[in-house]
Design a protein around this ligand. Sequence first.
Ligand code: AMP
Ligand code: FE
Ligand code: FE
Ligand code: ZN
Length: 284
Amino acid sequence: MPGRFPQTMPIELHCHSTESDGDCTPTELVARAEALGLTTLALTDHDNVDGIDEAMRAAHNLSLRVVPGVELSCHFEAREVHLLGYFFEHRDPDFLDLLGRMREERRHRVHRIIEKLESLGVRLSYQDVEEQASGDAIGRPHVARALVAAGFSDTVSSAFDLYLGNAAPAYVGRSLLSLEDGIEAVRRAGGVSVLAHPGIYHDWARVERMLKLPVNGVEVWHPSHRKAERKRAKKLGSRYNKILTGGSDFHGPRGDYHEMGSSPVTESVVSRLLTATIGERALV
Ligand code: AMP
Ligand code: FE
Ligand code: FE
Ligand code: ZN
């Protein structure tokens, strides 16, 4: 286990477990967060909230607060964007129904990726990919791991470069949920939404159009953001009166991922998110 943090009360608002494409189970994430001295952990699996109850059970009797979270795969202007949701009712039937449909789309998409790979002379079966996934939210990282296991790529990262990345030949887009509908779905489930890692889109005019929507916050501190991206995200977020948040996007100790808690936020960010939750609930 890594050493404890020197600063007081660090909070992690963005991380993934085996319920989507992370390497640690929700229980392992909670243990890691506790060992690091974090006070709050939001589990934000891709299109899945199945790990939240396990994380909450694991944190029972610890001085660690688990915040229900999710990272929704949405589209905006025909391109993919990620939306974080927090403090929603994670057993809300309509929300669970939406997430179930999103994971169905993920399965469908993996089949289409496999077809595209086949047309490139790369043969994988759906089962090869499924073997790489332990949770219900299957996706490109599992395809990438299957490509490595079958010897088509040396690393997950080169599998993205060669085949799966947004500009690569086996990329398949998604169309189920618009960003507008994602924001509304989180609100209806009693939560607040945050635009994830806007710097990765390399298009601040597009980000500005996103921030004109009733999203509550924007992720400023993220490992993919350098100083310039943090500055732009902060400036635009402040202009549209958004809550400025951050998170490490930890996916596990292997690979190039950054450590949990490496983009920490303070308690005041959590207070602002909670206050916004109360405001949104008053509107439902
Ligand atoms: P998906 O949700 O199936 O579209 O897959 C997106 C996920 O793939 C992201 O959340 C990352 O975990 C991972 N990912 C995206 N780009 C890369 C990359 N270039 N190298 C490694 N992992 C990546
Ligand atoms: Fe991921
Ligand atoms: Fe993301
Ligand atoms: Zn993420």
